[in-house]
Design a protein around this ligand. Structure first.
Ligand SMILES: [Zn+2]
Length: 316
């Protein structure tokens, strides 16, 4: 397997909302971590966790060390799962991505094995758009217990409205399973093989929402750096969700998705990017504790993710 696999949220020169404070590599924050989830919070679902085979994790961390930021939690899959569940996270949605053709089956089999061993982990499938047998790869992954698809426009180098994606969208619709797609433009990296600003835009995502009204789509990182544009899409399309991963903790200077998050708890969910973080595992979760409306809080930290991924109700 080619191990030059890029990470999920690499850093780059500032553009758009990511202005002013991004010089490579970005620093670690030595912020204090809490011992566990605040027991007064409603059940917490982390809707954006990464799990990979060990060799891929090691390659992702090498990539971050060179292009991104210091990874605070270099934990492999069993340790990631144990870390979060033992600290009181009720459920994990696990994501991965194939960066080239020919490896998705192996990666999906790995993820299916993880899910089979821990019912509190919901795993999504990966596929390289346009690779031979893409539809069959997804059908097999769903039959093996994976509960949706993760795509990454930057790592996999495609535009949301690329024709190669039609069979992925159709597979999700046919199985009534959700799609998580990193379709925001940031953060882009010179280390990518393609320019995310040339591939991605809220307008291109809107074209997908319009063409596939039955597709349930979540865009991570609140669609950064077009957070306002994605906020407008939420108003117009009932088939769009967003997650808050890395954009409500003040790590990126000038980026704060908090006002939109609180305003649209019906369609926005908490996620972290754990374990590939440069700061405390609960940095962003602590901010949710400031929400006074109990219904809003319950949706943000778990309810909306349970709706989107159709997860079982949490047991208190
Ligand atoms: Zn991620």
């Amino acid at each position: 397997m080619d191990l030059e696999i890029p990470g999920c949220m690499p850093a780059t020169a500032p553009t758009g909302l990511f202005r002013g404070a991004m010089t490579l590599p970005l620093p670690a924050l030595n912020d204090e971590e809490g011992p566990r989830v605040d027991p007064s919070l409603p059940p917490v679902v982390d809707a954006h966790v990464h799990l990979f085979p060990d060799r891929v994790f090691d390659a992702v961390w090498r990539w971050f060390d060179q292009h991104g930021w210091p990874i605070r939690y270099k934990l492999h899959t069993p340790e990631v799962v144990r870390f979060l569940l033992s600290r009181g996270v009720s459920r994990i949605v696990a994501l991965h991505y194939a960066h080239k053709p020919g490896i998705a089956r192996e990666m999906n089999a790995y993820m299916a094995g993880v899910v089979a061993g821990e019912p509190r982990v919901t795993g999504l499938a990966t596929v390289m758009p346009g690779e031979p047998g893409a539809r069959a790869i997804l059908d097999e992954a769903f039959a093996a217990g994976l509960a949706g698809v993760k795509l990454h426009c930057h790592v996999q180098c495609f535009a949301p409205d690329d024709d190669a994606l039609a069979e992925v969208y159709e597979a999700c619709v046919a199985h009534d399973l959700p799609l998580v797609m990193h379709a925001g433009r940031e953060p882009k990296s010179a280390a990518y093989r393609c320019d995310p600003h040339a591939l991605c835009s809220a307008a291109r995502t809107e074209a997908v929402l319009r063409a596939y009204p039955k597709l349930r789509l979540s865009v991570p990182h609140l669609g950064a750096d077009e957070i306002e544009g994605y906020g407008r899409l939420l108003e117009r399309y009932d088939n769009l969700w967003l997650d808050t991963t890395m954009v409500v903790g003040g790590y990126f200077d000038g980026v704060d998705g908090w006002p939109l998050t609180v305003a649209r708890s019906d369609r926005i969910m908490y996620g972290t990017d754990f374990p590939n973080l440069p700061y405390a595992w609960d940095r962003e979760l602590k901010r949710f504790g400031s929400v006074r409306d109990e219904e809003v809080l319950a949706r943000l930290v778990g309810g909306t993710a349970r709706d989107f991924f159709r997860l079982p109700e949490a047991t208190p």
